[in-house]
Design a protein around this ligand. Structure first.
Ligand code: NAD
Ligand code: UFG
Length: 339
């Protein structure tokens, strides 16, 4: 079975391509390399002992996508990762986010429809819940994102539901990821953010490797165990396995179905720092600063639905997330650039 993976050269996509190849799927990746390097796929190929096909193209480019679907008539499902994901940037450049994420998904759906491909697994985000009233957050929580990035994810979820409604043959899995971290245990592929990382784990690993001086902890006056923000960190390899589970589930599940992918367990910023120091023996200097605008105190997933319907649950705990993130950073201090 051939799967088309948009955004497959990126962080989560590359780990999922590896899992797909290892499970025997044929893969074609479509990526414009706006936030990734093709080297990630070369490393995936070396790890898997099999090559994914790669087409450099932008998903907003209909002619280019048409050409891909013509060249690969055996594609039977799409894993759709391609998108822009920086919350702050989305506030400054909303139109770029709507064009890339929403228009890109529209074009992708049009071309899929024209070629009779009706299976999709879409990368949504826990950001669609905004400041959720119920924690752990169930999938039934109202979708109230608080920034343009989150709005694009909600709009895409609604767009996919409308497409499926009009075309009952479609089957769509919506995966709402909580906080993906870590790297393949080989240390060969991992997260390679451009510029200064926005997210906590890559910031910590860059402090540990000496690229950054110290961590700023955004607020210690939240109503949490130690005052710092609590999140549901999930190992990227568990996330990759969740995509394969969703793909298989679409054989049975009709319509559109959303699943949270998290561990169901929350950790504070200081707990993550402490785990990193304990596991790696590296000291992470930090200072507490004010809260970051838009952050919520606590967010972790109710994972009952994914475990019941996908037969999937996260297997790797915080220590593995930390040690794998560190192995990747330590052996590739400058990411794919000089790794
Ligand atoms: P990433 O930036 O590493 O990967 C996204 C990939 O899509 C990149 O390789 C990029 O070059 C490609 N891309 C972007 N726009 C494209 C376009 N128009 N055409 C073709 N390719 C394009 O990000 P990631 O962390 O791997 O995230 C993958 C998906 O998961 C995204 O949709 C993101 O919004 C979602 N997500 C990520 C997180 C997270 O914390 N990493 C959390 C929740 C959801
Ligand atoms: N934090 C710091 N210092 C930093 C970075 C983060 O203290 O330098 C704190 C944040 O305040 C938060 C926690 O660490 O309490 C996690 O922050 P991240 O930026 O790593 O993750 P977020 O939960 O803010 O957001 C991430 C992605 C979003 C996605 C969301 C849910 O960035 O795109 O997870 O999936 F929507």
């Amino acid at each position: 079975m051939r799967v088309l993976v948009t955004g497959g050269a990126g962080y989560i996509g590359s780990h999922t391509v590896l899992a797909l190849l290892r499970a025997g799927y044929s893969v074609v990746v479509v990526d414009n390399l706006s936030n990734s390097r093709v080297e990630s796929l070369q490393r995936v190929a070396a790890l898997a002992g099999r090559q994914p096909d790669f087409v450099r193209a932008d998903i907003t480019d209909k002619a280019a996508l048409e050409a891909v679907f013509r060249r690969y008539p055996d594609v039977s499902a799409v894993l759709h990762f391609a998108g822009l994901k920086a919350v702050g940037e989305s506030v400054a450049q909303p139109l770029a986010y709507y064009r890339n994420n929403v228009v890109g998904t529209m074009v992708l759906c049009e071309v899929m429809q024209a070629h009779g491909v009706q299976r999709m697994v879409f990368s949504s985000s826990a950001t669609v819940y905004g400041d959720a009233k119920t924690v752990p957050v169930p999938e039934s929580e109202p979708l109230k994102p608080t920034n343009p990035y989150g709005h694009t994810k909600r709009v895409i979820e609604e767009l996919l539901a409308d497409v499926q409604q009009a075309n009952p043959g479609w089957r769509v899995g919506i995966l709402r990821y909580f906080n993906p971290v870590g790297a393949d245990e080989s240390g060969q592929i991992g997260e390679d953010p451009q510029g200064v990382p926005n997210n906590l784990m890559p910031y910590i690993t860059q402090v540990a490797v000496g690229r950054l001086e110290s961590l700023q902890v955004f607020g210690d006056d939240y109503p949490t165990i130690d005052g710092t923000g609590v999140r549901d960190y999930i190992h990227v390899s568990d996330l990759a396995a969740g995509h394969l589970a969703a793909l298989r589930a679409l054989e049975q599940v009709e319509g559109v179905r959303a699943w949270n992918l998290g561990t169901g367990q929350g950790y504070s910023v200081l707990e993550l720092v402490a785990a990193f120091e304990r596991v790696t023996g590296k000291k992470i200097p930090y200072t507490v600063v004010g809260r970051r605008a838009g952050d919520v105190a606590t967010s972790y997933a109710d994972v009952t639905r994914a475990s019941g319907e996908l037969g999937w649950s996260a297997q790797l705990g915080l220590d593995r997330m930390v040690s794998d993130a560190w192995r990747w950073q330590r052996t590739n201090p400058d990411g794919y650039d000089k790794g």
